[in-house]
Design a binder for this molecule. Structure first.
Ligand SMILES: [Zn+2]
Length: 398
């Protein structure tokens, strides 16, 4: 097992080591006992802050930028340069630092604090994409527990020092999707060969189907979408007052993973937007009857309410709100509210007009019915006993 510190360099307590050729681990964890895939930490709200060490060559910086741009375009996560947190915003606690190193290497998942991705001079954009795949939480495809159904490992052709790189992942590892020969996380056919002969051959297809470093495969992107999915939903209410209306749109994320770049598209028929609440929402100047608003993030298990002030009386059925985000949504069925809802306060007021008769016969549950019967009995008791109930003299008997 190689040490990045090198044989003639003092090894610091924190110096990471490599497993599987390019995965950084703490020295105390180098035997894969960390079970990272099972416990992998994801990036909060799917946003990955990063910085590039100025010591890197122009070619390496270009490779990193290409890799970052590809992941940002193709997937639901976003790698954001740390410079974007300027203007008084607190620097994120966790981030990636692309820096020079003796190879291409990364930690698996979010480690906490600043974590390295090593970019040696021979790491092309595709290799950097592979390392970013590790940092997002992916391990090597050929170490999946089911790999022996799909590939043959030729142990005799592997440098004995490197054989650990071909061990199957620990029990408890998560497997996302079908085995994927085209994964950018798969080793090539000759990695760590001792004698020039193949170390891995696929059981189906030719050797050149494994080890590509061009771009994340559809399977890689599906795995990331699975890991970083959220569940947004939207509920609207309309309050009217004379000739104006107030529409409240509640967007919720009912998932343990946060979402980012949330877009809310609202239509409200004929009418004009007079203003909107802030709460982090940035709304574009509306065409007549339509407004589009953006929210940077919606953390796990949280809600945000946008209030729109409109210049006319709005019928509830005129309001439509649709929410989307860059983050994949694993339940898109609740992302639109196309009818609007009467304001809860109005619904309560109308119930007061006809308090008992229909309610008793239809929708009261046992607890509420018991409570109402108790109140009626109490009123009857006071009436019969001559009690007077008011705020000042409830304890007086006349
Ligand atoms: Zn790797």
């Amino acid at each position: 097992m190689a040490s990045f510190a090198g044989a003639d360099t003092p090894v610091e307590w924190s110096a990471p080591e490599l497993i599987e050729g390019d995965i950084l681990v703490e020295q105390s964890h180098k035997r894969r006992s960390i079970a990272l895939p099972a416990n992998v930490q994801l990036w909060v709200d799917g946003i990955v802050p990063f910085a590039i060490d100025p010591a890197l060559s122009e070619a390496s910086v270009a490779a990193i930028e290409t890799a970052v741009e590809h992941w940002n375009r193709a997937s639901g996560v976003t790698l954001l340069p740390l410079q974007q947190w300027g203007g008084g915003a607190a620097t994120p606690a966790d981030s990636i630092l692309f820096q020079p190193g003796p190879g291409c290497a990364s930690w698996v998942g979010r480690r906490g604090g600043v974590q390295e991705i090593w970019v040696a001079s021979n790491c092309a954009a595709g290799s950097v994409m592979h390392e970013i795949g590790h940092a997002l939480g992916l391990e090597h495809e050929h170490t999946r527990p089911d790999r022996d159904q799909f590939i043959t490992i030729h142990w005799d052709n592997i440098d004995p020092e490197k054989r650990h790189n071909f061990n199957i992942a620990d029990a408890g590892s998560r497997v996302l999707g079908e085995y994927d020969y085209s994964s950018i996380m798969h080793y090539g056919p000759n990695n760590f060969t001792l004698n020039g002969k193949p170390t891995i051959t696929p059981l189906v297809g030719s050797a050149d189907t494994i080890g590509q470093r061009r771009s994340p495969s559809p399977g890689d992107l599906a795995a990331i979408a699975n890991l970083y999915a959220s569940d947004l939903s939207v509920v609207t209410h309309v309050y009217t007052d004379g000739q104006s209306s107030e529409a409240t749109i509640q967007v919720s994320n009912d998932h343990a993973q946060g979402a980012h770049t949330i877009e809310l598209s609202v239509t409200f028929g004929e009418g004009r937007l007079l203003g909107h609440s802030d709460n982090g929402w940035q709304c574009s100047s509306a065409d007549s009857g339509r407004v589009s608003c953006l929210l940077e993030r919606l953390p796990a298990s949280s809600s945000s309410i946008l209030v729109l002030d409109l210049d006319r009386r709005l019928a509830v059925e005129e309001l439509t709100a649709v929410v989307s985000s860059k983050t994949p949504d694993d339940n898109p069925g609740n992302n639109a509210d196309k009818s609007g809802n009467p304001a809860p306060a109005l619904a309560a007021a109308s119930a007061v007009e006809d308090p008992l008769a229909p309610v008793f016969s239809t929708s009261l549950n046992g607890g509420a019915a018991t409570w109402l019967l108790f109140v009626l009995a109490l009123l009857l008791f006071y009436r019969q006993s001559g009690c007077r109930v008011d705020g000042q003299a409830s304890d007086r008997i006349e």
